[in-house]
Design a protein around this ligand. Sequence first.
Ligand code: GLC
Length: 631
Amino acid sequence: MKKISRETTLKEIFKTPVGHDILAKVLYSVGISSSLIEKTMFGNLKLGSLTKITLGKLNDSFIDELLTLLNSEKDVPTSGGEITRKWWKEAVIYQIYPRSFKDSDGDGIGDINGIIEKLDYLKDLGVDAIWCSPIYDSPNDDNGYDIRDYHKIMREFGSMEDFDRLLDEIHKRGMRLIMDLVFNHTSDEHEWFQDSVNNPNSEYRDYFIWRKGKGEGIPPNNWESIFSGSAWNYYPQRDEWALHLFSKKQMDLNWENLKVRNSLYDITNWWLEKGVDGFRLDVISFISKQDGLPDGHELIGTLMGFKGVEHYFYGPRLHEFLHEFRENSFGKYDAFTVGECQGTGIEMSRLMTEDVRGELDVVFSFDHIVNPGKTPYSDCSFDLRPMAKNLEEWQTQYGNHCWPTLFVENHDVPRMISKVDKTNRYKNEIAKLIATMLLTLKGTPFIYQGQEIGMTNCDFENVSELHDVQSLRFYKKLVKDSTKEDKAFRTVLNGTRDHARTPMQWDSSLNAGFTTGEPWIKVNPNYTSINAQLQETSKTSILNFYRELIKLRKSNPALIYGEFIRAHDSKNSFSYFRKLGDDTLFIEMNLTNRTVTRKSSTDKFKLLSSNYATTLKTKLRPYEANIYRCP
Ligand code: GLC
């Protein structure tokens, strides 16, 4: 690939994987379509001219940073070819956040035996595989994403015998288990880290990212933690600083060290030997850091929310590490992998997931779940239209060698129906529209626990009800920066991850049937009206809607492997065909809370599913979502 310079035009840059994703991201964040680059004069601008056009806002040093990043990638994705069929392309995956799923022993914390009790519920729903958030031994600074011992089960969750039984019971039901591996960092209580700090002769001395400070009390660089504050802790025992991109107790591993990598592959193989079927790889795109750990650029830091990110979100050895990881572990077992990749767009993700490259199977990318120009903490209603546009781009541009993931919720984000409509007026319609979207687009759908019954955000009343380390640190930062406490709480409440972590609402009994004890986190008081048991028997419930759509997807290969064809351009609705051989389905959705006119007739189509009792001839009501078979 030609070296990119200040003289290269935006159009040319847009043709490169990194250039494409960065420009698309910048334009998306200001609500502009990237077709502007391809189709208008704007594309002929030279990179260097951006400083002038933006009146110096994008300054020379910004362009320098950009150039380093743009020239860091030499490869380009391939295109064309047939889709290879795989079990995980046909699967519906359900995410369990074990702490909040089902408590079997009354200690107020969900556990493995609780999960086993509910496996039949998941099987009935139509789930093929379960992704379970971390269940390893952990001091729980970040609810298990800070692992102290990768070979041990967290005491509150049960024992290794319980785990073996869980795996067995999942397999007996014909389902699969996907574990969550956190390998960007370990807990500071992990023996590697403890030894690395305290033992000058430790074999783990170089297992973490240690650096000298820039002076007394001054960290090695200006990187900020994603959970607020500096990304460095000082340890007087070594008179050195250790990097933590997340909480102060989540210490980044040094992937440059081959011994570290081999230790991680050994852990992975140990779980594979037990028979687990795959892994969700936590923040895996952050594992390779730029040599020399240079200071982060101020402007990029302001745009992205934390300084330094350009030096590790798509680091120089990322592909090499991912490839090596696959070769040495999951590739040998044909295990499935989904990588959590924050900040990478379509083209960079293609380079991580194309089947020919032997890296990951699929990735989670997040642009679609935050509206352009907003942050997760913005006080606004979520607009489904840009999300649909973003998903459509993945449908049409990701290529047949790659496979998208489809999700709108997980344990890190508030509940989608509350984001869209704070009044809850259309909560059933929205929940079913989301189900329609996830189960009719191309890609592997991931359903987050409670999404299938339409769980909503929780009305936490004050900061003492919050538990999430990220929310609490952000709250402290806001208050420290002189935001009034009440305002700080309201801001945190918009985006707190705790919304997704309230206990699963099983029935109308005490604590939503989650625990007989004192729940570790507030139960959403709406559990008496939103719960799985109530929805079991209601034909029109969200739960039964999910069941029906999962069945529909499985009995219609066109919904899995069919080509995605956009029906027509419309600002407010999203309609498309899925076509495989002679079989064609048509899906239409109104993405707004207003009635809109249908763009083309569906008279000749046979209605298979709708989130309204009847359909109208020419109109789509608020959030209406229908699926038809075409003759
Ligand atoms: C991922 C997890 C999140 C965790 C973070 C650090 O984003 O999903 O819950 O806090 O990584 O491990």
